[in-house]
Design a protein around this ligand. Structure first.
Ligand SMILES: [Zn+2]
Length: 353
């Protein structure tokens, strides 16, 4: 494991390096080329120029930040889902996909640049598209690809095996106190995220290594870590419900500091990052309010022009089945073309039931 700075907390994160006879494999490029290079030098007497294969889980900024610099030094082959291969070339595509509004996308791009993410196109003969449920052989190990997509569409986790061990690099199913999901997905995705995490644990590998946690999770601890993680997610829904006053309906944008401590971030982080974090905080809140609506604890009474909320208000219930097509697939396609199909319904009004 190559740990990120700041205890691997976002926007930092871990990478995994696999040192084989011929193949020098790097999974995710977050800790930055500089940090990866000095790790390789100190621990293995190698350098980032020796990397033969870069494997990307998905293209959120905190996973692909070191990609351009590593590619330039090493000329590695990039293996990833085709969607990831397209997104990793442009910060704007990643930002829109992560729910940043079009008029704020320059803040996201500035934030990305500040952590070392570079826009760059990669030649087609250095890109290897991966499907889900595929096994690739690289030197002495095999890597099984598996899509766990409730973090974002087309995120692949990687199960790495040889005859002695197996482990999963679970990326953003990270078993930390700050699970992240909900963009671009909505309320339904909270349940899906929980189901996908359970599924990871049910695969019973010797070790799970994640992007934002400092220590691997051995098989004997996976069940208890899962329970803790699910509890954190459930508590968020309770917290969202409690943030709606009992008698007076409230606008989404009038609730802040849901997951991100926005007020405490001023001064410690760049303004660009704080603007992005505020947007993500609203999306996470929306996902949990929608989950609370499914349980008839709250409901939306004004949609702020959000077509999906409008239909739910009309039906007077949360329309779970419609979420996937309308909000997930549509969002993914449009953001690839650098369009923003939906606006954050910041002025939607919520009421306790
Ligand atoms: Zn991510």
């Amino acid at each position: 494991m190559i740990l990120g700075e700041d205890k691997s907390k976002f926007p930092s994160g871990n990478a995994l390096f696999i040192n084989l006879k011929e193949n020098k494999i790097l999974i995710d490029t977050n800790p930055s080329e500089k940090r990866i290079n000095s790790f390789l030098k100190n621990e293995l007497n190698l350098s980032s120029a020796d990397i033969t294969d870069v494997i990307l889980s998905h293209t959120h900024l905190d996973h692909g930040r070191g990609l351009a610099a590593i590619f330039e030094k090493s000329n590695a082959m990039i293996h990833a889902h085709p969607d990831t291969l397209k997104r990793c070339e442009k910060k704007a595509r990643i930002g829109l996909y992560a729910g940043i509004q079009k008029e704020q996308i320059h803040h996201f791009e500035a934030f990305g640049s500040s952590i070392g993410f570079k826009d760059r196109s990669y030649p087609y003969n250095r890109k290897h598209p991966l499907k889900s449920n595929q096994t690739i052989q690289l030197g002495e190990i095999s890597i099984y690809t598996h899509e766990t997509n409730a973090h974002c569409l087309h995120m692949l986790d990687y199960e790495i095996r040889n005859d002695k061990f197996d482990l999963i690099f679970s990326c953003d199913y990270d078993f930390t106190p700050v699970p992240w999901y909900g963009v671009p997905q909505r309320g339904y995705a909270v349940q899906r995220f929980k189901d996908a995490t359970k599924e990871l644990v049910h695969r019973k590998v010797q070790s799970i290594i994640s992007s934002h946690r400092l220590n691997p999770i051995p098989l004997t601890e996976q069940q208890s870590e899962l329970e803790k993680y699910l509890q954190t997610i459930n508590e968020r829904t309770k917290r969202a419900i409690n943030m709606i006053p009992s008698r007076t309906p409230i606008k989404l944008q009038d609730i802040s500091n849901f997951v991100y401590p926005i007020e405490k971030m001023a001064g410690a982080y760049s303004e660009d990052y704080i603007i992005c974090a505020q947007t993500w905080d609203y999306w996470l809140l929306l996902a949990h309010l929608e989950e609370a609506w499914q349980r008839s604890k709250v409901k939306c009474i004004e949609s702020d022009g959000d077509l999906f909320l409008e239909r739910c208000i009309e039906a007077d219930q949360y329309l779970t089945e419609e979420v996937e097509h309308l909000l997930v697939n549509g969002w993914a396609e449009e953001t690839l073309q650098q369009k923003m199909p939906f606006h954050l319904p910041a002025n939607s009004v919520w009421k306790k039931l």
